[in-house]
Design a protein around this ligand. Structure first.
Ligand code: NAD
Length: 245
């Protein structure tokens, strides 16, 4: 039980990487608050699961973040997972898309950390894990202008928090997954004129010749949330199936 006596909050835990991570944290003994904007997804994902309580949370609502985190007895691990992918180049990007993506992918992390950090400091420590991506943080990918910009911003946010609180027991890291077979990816694939070819193209950019499963990303969240990673902070952990070789 690598997370016994720890309490964790996961955003966007209704499906995909967030769900797999919340389940993995709970299986390692953490008390998990699994949150998502979609109540039905939460119900389906966690009915009858031990160690998990759920809360509907739209991470673009600052007051709601404060309410959910403020209502927790303590918070040792914060996994800011929520994010959205935008397609398109800089010439296709609109101000509205930029604003929406930065609010969801970056500002929501700023708000959640701002809400959780005083509690962690009071308790003498905590582990914050932010969702970045290989795209933007480590590698430029075609047609991901806004997405890449947001995920690169997550790295700066992560390192800044890590630097400010490194002497106070707070660790702040981010993860950079490669392409993961999640419902949102399936939705993106199905939006192409030729979904079969689109899936082949996503697979082709993965050197291992396959996509990741969400359960293959979750172990890095357990590691970073647990005391096993006690000497790691301010880093970008790539779990990318070899994209950065
Ligand atoms: P997913 O579609 O499987 O799940 C996304 C979840 O986010 C859904 O449950 C949805 O209800 C929730 N959500 C949407 N808007 C929300 C909001 N405003 N507040 C709270 N929850 C909200 O997604 P996924 O593919 O697992 O992606 C999760 C994170 O991982 C994102 O930040 C994404 O950028 C990142 N990521 C994904 C991949 C990939 O290939 N799937 C790769 C790298 C990084």
């Amino acid at each position: 039980m690598r997370l016994k006596n720890k309490t964790a909050l996961v955003t966007a835990a209704g499906q995909g990487i967030g769900r797999a991570s919340a389940l993995a944290l709970a299986a390692e003994g953490a008390q998990v608050v699994a949150t998502d904007v979609d109540a039905a997804l939460l119900k389906k994902a966690y009915e009858g699961v031990d160690n998990v309580t759920t809360a509907v949370l739209d991470v673009t609502d600052k007051a709601a973040i404060g309410r959910v985190i403020g209502g927790m007895p303590r918070i040792d691990v914060l996994f800011n997972c929520a994010g959205i992918v935008n397609n398109g180049s800089i010439l296709q990007a609109t101000d509205e898309e930029w604003e929406f993506a930065f609010n969801l992918n970056v500002r929501a992390q700023f708000w959640a950390i701002q809400a959780a950090l005083p509690r962690m400091l009071e308790a003498g420590g905590g582990s914050i894990i932010n969702m970045s991506s290989v795209c933007g943080s480590l590698k430029g990918l075609p047609s991901r202008f806004i997405y890449g910009a947001t995920k690169a911003a997550v790295v700066g946010l992560t390192k800044s928090v890590a630097a400010d609180y490194v002497r106070q027991g707070i660790r702040c890291n981010c993860i950079a997954p490669g392409t993961v077979d999640t419902p949102s990816l399936a939705g993106r694939i199905n939006s192409y004129a030729d979904p079969v070819q689109a899936r082949k193209d996503f697979v082709a950019r993965q050197p291992m010749g396959r996509l990741a499963q969400p359960e293959e990303i979750a172990p890095i969240i357990v590691y970073l949330g647990s005391d096993e990673s006690v000497f790691a902070t301010g880093q970008v952990f790539a779990v990318d199936g070899g994209m950065m070789i």
